[in-house]
Every structure is written in C-alpha cells, then in structure tokens.
Design a protein around this ligand. Structure first.
Ligand code: MRU
Length: 345
C-alpha cells in the first residue's frame, strides 16, 4: 500500500481523511495551517509520525500565509502557528519534534524567501525520511518473527499512522516481504477503532491475512495459543523504556507476559524522549461521545460520566524489545537505548 497519508503538493497539504475510513478513501487539501491543526485535533490525520510530519507541513503553510516582509515578523508568525499546532494533541512527542526541526532551520535563514523555501524543503525531506526510516525498521524487526507466526497488533501503527509503510505494520510488511508466511490478529481498538477501521483496511488492501478481534478477546486468543508474538507502535518512548501508546496497549502487554508471548514495540528515534520522566507526560483525555456511542448511534445512557484516556504507559519489564531504524534495543533499556543514540552520532 504505497498510499501517502500526508504530502505536500502545489503549496498545499494533501491528507487522507482517516475519519472516513474504511468505507471511503477521501483526500482533503489544506492551504491554511489552522485547518491542519484542526485535522490533527479531530483525527483526520493521526499516529505519532504522521502528526509530526503534518505539523511540519503546517508550519510550511504558515510561512506562505504570512504577509511579513522581514525575518523577525515572519519568525513571530511561525512561532504563533507552532503554538497552535503544538496544542492540538499533547502525548505524541513527534509533534514537538517535527515543529522544532522546522523552527531550527527557519532561524538559520538570512532572508524571508529563504525561510519560505527552506521550511518547505525541510518538511518534504522529513516526509521522505519517514518512509526510509520505516523500511529500515521493518527489516530490523522482520528477523524477530518466524514462518507461520501469528502476530497480534493493537491500534494502527501502519502506513496511515506515518507518511507510508508504517512502523509496527512496517515490520509485518517486511516479514511478509522476506518470504515468511504470517497471519495477523488486529484488535478493534475502541473507542475510535483504529484497529478495525485502519489496520484491517490496510492489511486486507495488501493481501496480508488478517483477523479482527474485539479488544476483550486478547486474553482468549493468547490463552488458546493463537498468538506467537505482539508488535505495537509508540507515541513516546522514554530513556527508561517506558512506552506511551494507544489505550489498551498496557493490557495487551500484561496478557502477553502472562502467556510468555514476546511483546515488541516499533518506534523511530524521533519518537524517543530522552529528557522526560513518565510522571511529567500528559495523557490526552478525549471527549465522552467517543465512548458513549459509535458514529451517531448512542450506546450509553444520556449524561453518564466517562473516563476516556487516549493513551497508557507500558513499563519496560513488559517489553521484549524496541525496534528502531538503528537496530533493536533489548532489556535493560536504559543502557541499550543510550547505545542506540550513541550509534546515531
Ligand atoms: O490516537 P492515535 O490514533 O493518534 O494513536 C495512535 C497510536 O497510538 C499509534 O500506535 C502510535 O501513534 C504509533 S504510530 C506509528
């Protein structure tokens, strides 16, 4: 599936509207960074790497939208746009990573037109790098799975969560491309159903054998020996090996540990946050209607209180390995993650 989730074309940002999947494949076009911010907030585009690159493209639009004729005012306009884009979703570190990358190249420019050209070129380069990174990660991770394995995945860490190819689904694609015969079990991933709407859609599109389960059947499938390994993506990986990912990931990891099933995380180095400790990371809380209904059908009593965190934390002791473009980090993670970044230098 070489569809591009987000791209730059004719000074506009083109995205797949993921809220319409799997029933309609619709592309939306933006020329205003405020619309890109709204697209991130409302999950038209979602997934840590895709949000990171979308933020970068948003700043490129802001550079074109600004009527400033001097560097100082243009940088002020970019800072304003950066704040609006950054405040859309708090948990995935790729958003701040993408925005900071653009701001740092903008600040090195000498003229207004150089800023405009440079930030557009940088954002486009980040999109290309995302795909190359996913393919490298795919190859690294494909070694971990055997012929005839059934691999479980949670949420969508596929082409639709990146620019293309995917992180966890990139490893699944690369395992298949390496000639191994594999099957996939995808969890529905309530409340927004990224598993049933997006992962099942992508893998079926690519002819990869995929079965869908309700989130409540994870234990059953593991207890009945239907799962050989698990692979998920990440929104933020700390230097300790704590992994922030879609709500429910922690439960899947506990179940995998209970049944001695290897549990892997695939995440590019851009998703690592080496500074923070897990108490300081904001877990996004989303609107109640995501839980009290499906689409426009109400499935809970009017006015019921709802707790709807979008992400949870999986501690390092539940993780068998973290797959990156620079290799695989194995426990103990404080040491192996440090080595991965040193290797990057
Ligand atoms: O709320 P979402 O759909 O943005 O959550 C996405 C996830 O949790 C993904 O697993 C994660 O971003 C990794 S994407 C490669």
């Amino acid at each position: 599936m070489e569809l591009r989730t987000v791209e730059w074309k004719d000074n506009s940002v083109i995205m797949i509207d993921q809220t319409k999947l799997p029933n309609d494949l619709i592309f939306v076009k933006y020329t205003d960074y405020n619309d890109v911010a709204e697209a991130i907030r409302t999950l038209v585009v979602r997934g840590a790497p895709a949000i990171g690159v979308s933020g970068a493209f948003g700043l490129a639009l802001a550079a074109l939208q600004s009527s400033s004729e001097n560097i100082e005012n243009l940088l002020t306009d970019l800072e304003k746009a950066k704040k609006i884009l950054f405040e859309t979703r708090p948990t995935a570190v790729n958003l701040s990573w993408g925005l900071e990358k653009i701001m740092s190249v903008a600040k090195q420019c000498k003229t207004v037109s150089e800023i405009r050209d440079t930030v557009i070129a940088k954002a486009k380069q980040m999109a290309e790098e995302d795909i190359n990174t996913n393919k490298k990660m795919g190859k690294n991770g494909a070694e971990l799975f055997q012929d005839n394995d059934t691999i479980m995945t949670h949420c969508n860490a596929g082409a639709l969560a990146t620019v293309a190819y995917g992180t966890a689904l990139g490893v699944i694609r690369a395992t298949k491309e390496s000639g191994k015969n594999i099957k996939v079990i995808a969890t529905e991933t309530r409340p927004v159903q990224q598993g049933s709407r997006l992962t099942a859609f992508e893998l079926k599109h690519d002819g990869i054998d995929v079965s869908l389960i309700p989130d409540t059947a994870v234990g059953y499938t593991m207890a009945n020996g239907l799962v050989n390994g698990v692979i998920v993506g990440a929104d933020r990986v700390l230097h300790t090996g704590h992994v922030f990912n879609k709500i429910g990931t922690y439960q899947v990891a506990i179940m995998a540990k209970q049944h001695n099933i290897p549990f892997y995380v695939a995440a590019p180095l851009s998703t690592f946050d080496l500074e923070s400790s897990h108490e300081n990371i904001i877990i996004e809380q989303r609107k109640a209607s995501e839980v009290t209904g499906i689409g426009d059908k109400r499935t809970a009593p009017e006015g019921i209180d709802v707790i709807n965190p979008a992400f949870d934390i999986t501690p390092p002791e539940l993780i068998s390995g973290i797959i990156t473009e620079n290799g695989i980090a194995n426990p103990p993670f404080e040491q192996s993650i440090k080595e991965l970044f040193e290797a990057k230098k």
